[in-house]
Design a protein around this ligand. Structure first.
Ligand code: ADE
Length: 234
C-alpha cells in the first residue's frame, strides 16, 4: 500500500508514522508513505497558501491552486488517480469496516486541511471521499490522516506479524474483544480466570465469546443492538 499525504506539516505525519509497528512495516516495504508539502506548490513569492474567505467570516482558507498542484504532482508522476480522502468533521465517520475496505486499494491520497478549511472548488475537483474521525473539531487533518493510515495499514497483509491478531479483535462481527491475561497467575490478589489455565481450547473459545458479548452489551450498547440485528437467530 502506498500512501500520499498532502499537508502543510509533512514532518508531523512522517515522524508520527515512522514509529513502532507501522515504522517496521515501512522499513520492510509492506507500506510506503510520502508527505507532499502543499507550501512547495505555492505560486506566491512568500510561499503563502491561505487567504481571506469571500463573504467574510472568521479565519483564513487554504487556496485552491497550491492544493491542486500538490495533488497533480502525485497523479502525474504515478500516472493514476487514486482515491483522494479529505479529512473533515463533515465527512462519514471512520470505522473498522472502512479501514478494511480502503486496505484493498493499492494507493491512497490524503488531503489535510488547516485553518478554516479549503476552497470548495478544489475539493469538488479532486476529493473522492469525505471522512471524519469523530464528532469533534481538530486543528487540522494531519492527526485524522495518521489515525486512518494506522488503522488501514494494520489490515494490509504482512504488517501485523501475527496474522490472526487482525481478525480476532474488537469490532470483528460487531463484538468487542474479550479480556486477556498474562503472567503472573495472581496479581494484587486477582487470579487469572481458571478456564484459561485449563488447556481446553473449545471451552476457552466459548468463554471468550461469552465475555465478548457481555463486554459489548455493557460498554457499547449501540454495537450490541447492531450485533442482535445481524444475528436474528439469537
Ligand atoms: N479535521 C478537523 N476535525 C476533524 C475530524 N474530527 N475528523 C477529520 N478531520 C478533521
Amino acid at each position: 500500500m502506498r500512501f500520499y499525504v498532502l499537508t502543510l506539516f509533512p514532518d508531523m505525519v512522517l515522524d508520527g508514522l515512522h514509529t513502532s509497528i507501522i515504522g517496521r512495516a515501512l522499513q520492510a516495504g509492506h507500506l510506503s508513505i510520502e508527505a507532499v508539502n502543499i507550501r512547495d506548490y505555492s505560486a506566491n513569492k512568500h510561499q503563502k497558501v491561505d487567504d481571506y474567505p469571500y463573504g467574510g467570516g472568521a479565519g483564513m482558507l487554504m487556496q485552491a491552486q497550491p492544493v491542486y498542484d500538490a495533488f497533480r504532482s502525485v497523479t502525474e508522476r504515478i500516472g493514476r488517480k487514486p482515491r483522494c480522502i479529505y479529512l473533515t468533521p463533515q465527512g462519514k465517520t471512520f470505522h473498522q469496516g472502512m479501514a478494511k475496505e480502503l486496505a484493498l486499494e493499492e494507493e491512497l491520497i490524503f488531503l489535510c486541511g488547516h485553518y478554516e478549511g479549503i476552497d470548495e472548488r478544489v475539493l469538488e475537483e479532486i476529493v473522492t471521499d469525505y471522512v471524519s474521525i469523530g464528532d469533534y473539531v481538530l486543528t487540522g487533518g494531519e492527526l485524522p490522516a495518521m489515525v486512518m493510515i494506522d488503522a488501514i495499514s494494520r489490515m494490509v497483509p504482512g504488517v501485523l506479524s501475527n496474522e490472526a491478531s487482525g481478525s480476532s479483535e474488537s469490532f470483528e462481527d460487531c463484538l468487542l474483544e474479550y479480556p486477556q491475561y498474562s503472567r503472573p497467575e495472581e496479581w494484587m490478589g486477582k487470579k487469572v480466570p481458571e478456564i484459561l489455565l485449563s488447556g481446553h481450547h473449545k471451552n476457552i473459545e466459548a468463554w471468550r465469546r461469552e465475555q465478548s458479548k457481555l463486554r459489548t452489551k455493557e460498554r457499547r450498547p449501540d454495537l450490541w443492538e447492531q450485533y442482535l440485528r445481524e444475528h436474528p437467530e439469537l
